[in-house]
Design a binder for this molecule. Structure first.
Ligand SMILES: CC(=O)N[C@H]1[C@@H](OP(=O)(O)OP(=O)(O)OC[C@H]2O[C@@H](n3ccc(=O)[nH]c3=O)[C@H](O)[C@@H]2O)O[C@H](CO)[C@@H](O)[C@@H]1O
Ligand SMILES: C=C(OP(=O)(O)O)C(=O)O
Length: 418
């Protein structure tokens, strides 16, 4: 298993190009299976989650043609089938195939995804939404079996909370239903809006994505389409913290300020400067870091996917910061690993109390999930001496060329292959 060796203490300077958003790309790959015409997706990030999702699309019978950051997914010759647990186990997002397969074939079998390091992560809201659209759902031998022999029927889908994945499942399934569907209490994440833009390019008629109320006119007449995936706001936020934690300055090329309002506000509260550039935005810090009081929330609130990175930053601010996690019940796996680097953090239920300002010192640490791992990279960049991060494959799920991008900005970082 590869490891990262980082020697901290250097302020990062330069420009980082932000890749396409993993969390936008994954549902769009699933959406390609709705249509008998090809979908060309460009600006795909070169990360293992996207590679795995494309492989699963192929296992379902789609043909995938790759060229660097572009993939053409042609599902014209597809027949519905099921994919083994071993394939699906690698990533939860494969549950997003359920809605498109059911909508297209009237039946779908998808492995019930397990929990993961950050929580139990049930899919009950996905299933309820499909039931409201007329599907019969059962669990058979660990598989979700969804059937709608007479097709899906447009209706009002009220989500009990604004789940990103359940909104995406309902929206994709509704494109092929008879009549109109209204999704209420929909997730407002930019990735949901980007999925709607992709589906609309494919011929769907969706309005209101990005708000709490999405209207979908069913019975889509599908057509060949091309869509450019939006830039990754979580990758952008991660490099923003890299600039802040090292006391450097980075231009985040392609980053979109409008999708990062809560993150920029959180950076400014901590004494970090952010301003727009012609190509994206610039993040810099020259003064001392201030403490913070942060709570994760659904978009447009502060994202849970940046909670761990901001905890590393809070470790470097003199005084006590509070960080509350409200989205996932177990997203503090980075806390004991940060402690190995000298951080002083105690957990009180869903709140982390970070007593910052203690010097961080290099150590051996273990990556446990995607964002927890990158938080250790950030802490290592600020720590004195050498840090070894084990289980780097977690980072490969969602960060394209992390060590190259950081090294180009002056970080001392090396990937050790084993
Ligand atoms: C591939 C992708 O886009 N992943 C993102 C997506 O995950 P994902 O779509 O899984 O996140 P959700 O918004 O659905 O989950 C939010 C909360 O709702 C719970 N829940 C969700 C669905 C359900 O049927 N039942 C249920 O109880 C989850 O366990 C979690 O506690 O949004 C999360 C919240 O911004 C991000 O952290 C993930 O990076
Ligand atoms: C939790 C994440 O991804 P996923 O939902 O695919 O596990 C993430 O991107 O931080």
């Amino acid at each position: 298993m590869d490891r990262l060796r980082i020697t901290g203490g250097k302020p990062l300077q330069g420009a980082v190009t932000i890749a396409g958003a993993k969390n936008a790309a994954l549902p769009q790959i699933a959406a390609a299976l709705l249509s008998p015409h090809p979908l060309e997706l460009s600006n795909l990030p070169l990360v293992s989650d996207v590679e795995n999702m494309l492989q699963v699309a192929e296992l379902y019978g789609a043909s995938v043609t790759r060229n660097a950051h572009t993939a053409v997914i042609d599902a014209s010759a597809m027949v519905s089938c099921e994919v083994s647990y071993e394939t699906v186990r690698r990533m939860r997002a494969t549950v997003l195939f359920l809605g498109p397969l059911l909508a297209r074939f009237g039946e779908a079998r998808v492995s019930l995804p397990g929990g993961c390091a950050i929580g139990a992560r049930p899919v009950d809201m996905h299933l309820k939404a499909l039931e409201m659209l007329g599907a019969d759902i059962g669990i058979e031998g660990g598989l979700i079996v969804a059937r709608a022999s007479d097709g899906l029927k447009g209706t009002r889908v009220i989500l009990s909370s604004p789940s990103v994945g359940a909104t995406e499942t309902a929206m994709m399934a509704a494109t092929a239903a008879r009549g109109e569907t209204e999704i209420l209490n929909a997730a407002r994440e930019p990735e949901v809006a980007d999925l709607a833009a992709c589906l609309n390019a494919m011929g769907a008629k969706i309005e209101g994505a990005g708000t709490h109320r999405i209207i979908i006119e069913g019975g889509t007449a599908w057509k060949a389409a091309a869509h450019h995936v939006i830039p990754d706001r979580i990758e952008a936020g991660t490099y923003a913290v890299a600039a802040a934690i090292t006391g450097g300055a980075l231009e985040l090329v392609n980053a979109r300020m409008e999708n990062l309002a809560a993150v920029i506000q959180a950076l400014e509260v901590m004494g970090v400067n952010v301003w727009p550039s012609d190509r994206g935005l610039v993040v810099s810090r020259s003064g001392t870091l201030r403490t913070t009081d942060l709570t994760t929330e659904p978009y447009p609130g502060f994202p849970t996917d940046l909670q761990a990175q901001f905890m590393a930053l809070a470790c470097c601010a003199d005084g006590t910061s509070l960080i509350r996690e409200t989205i996932f019940e177990n997203r503090f796996m980075h806390v004991p690993e940060l402690a190995r680097l000298g951080a002083d953090i105690t957990l009180q239920g869903t709140t982390a109390v970070v007593r910052g300002g203690k010097p961080l010192k290099g150590a051996q640490v273990m990556a446990t999930d995607l964002r927890a791992s990158v938080c250790l990279v950030l802490a290592a960049l600020a720590a004195e001496g050498e840090t070894i991060i084990n289980r780097v494959y977690h980072i490969d799920r969602g960060y394209e060329q992390l060590n190259r991008k950081l090294a180009q900005c002056g970080a001392t970082i090396e990937r050790l292959q084993t």
